[in-house]
Ligand binder design. Structure first.
Ligand SMILES: Nc1ncnc2c1ncn2[C@@H]1O[C@H](COP(=O)(O)OP(=O)(O)OP(=O)(O)O)[C@@H](O)[C@H]1O
Length: 211
């Protein structure tokens, strides 16, 4: 179980951005997070993934704090994949630095073998996003924070990406947090939905689907 316990956070110069945020996500469960631009959704995603440290509160997995070293069990996928990769590494090295997925999985995510020899700048944003999603699914990863990952994809590629991620998450019992402004997408994918406003979470809708 991934749990946020009363998280509070503010940036150095700013007023409080997040106040007393608590949430729980079980393995295999999908949680949707919406909110206006600037509400703090990405910041909350970074806190849950251990990329930022809360000023108050804590994040735990099965009751233990997030590990400080080694592979992060909570992986955050940012909206702009080009900012998340080393532009001087070829795509194959970028992927294999995390793990070596099977050919079947590569195919399922629509990743073509010839892309591996290219540099990230020689892939489209959507192609690179799929590489980054697959890179984040290394063994040992338990939860994924997908932060607006499909905005740049055409509808068909978007659908394929979510279907593939859904199947993979189900097989490996990954918990997934979907950050999006797209209510229809969240309704379709998520078991629980939260809306972030004024630094607090409120239930946006509770789906009746079982995880
Ligand atoms: N490193 C930083 N230093 C100072 N302020 C920051 C920093 N990063 C983000 N902020 C501010 O914190 C607030 C929340 O940012 P965040 O990216 O979490 O919002 P968001 O809800 O994800 O927005 P969007 O939907 O536009 O992506 C914004 O006002 C932003 O300007």
């Amino acid at each position: 179980m991934l749990e946020a316990h009363q998280l509070s956070f503010h940036f150095a110069s700013g007023s409080p951005l997040l106040t007393n945020i608590s949430l729980r996500l079980a393995p295999g469960e999908w949680l949707g997070l919406s909110g206006d631009s600037g509400a703090g959704k990405s910041t909350l995603g970074k806190l849950l993934a251990g990329q930022l440290t809360p000023h108050h509160g804590s994040v735990t997995i099965d009751g233990s704090p997030l590990p400080k070293r080694g592979r992060r069990p909570v992986q955050r996928l940012p909206q702009s994949p080009e900012l998340a990769v080393n532009p001087r590494w070829r795509v194959g090295k970028i992927l294999r630095e995390a793990w070596t997925p099977s050919d079947t999985l590569m195919e399922a995510f629509g990743i073509e073998p010839q892309w591996l020899k290219r540099f990230p700048s020689a892939l489209s944003g959507g192609e690179l996003q799929r590489v980054c999603v697959l890179r984040a699914l290394a063994p040992g990863v338990r939860y994924v924070v997908a932060d607006e990952i499909s905005t740049m994809l055409d509808p068909i590629t978007q659908l394929t990406l979510w279907q593939t991620l859904k199947a993979h998450a189900e097989r490996h019992q990954l918990g997934v947090i979907v950050i999006s402004h797209d209510t229809a997408l969240l309704n379709r994918l998520c078991h629980q939905q939260w809306h972030l406003a004024g630094g607090s979470l409120r239930v946006s809708s509770t789906a009746l689907k079982a995880p």
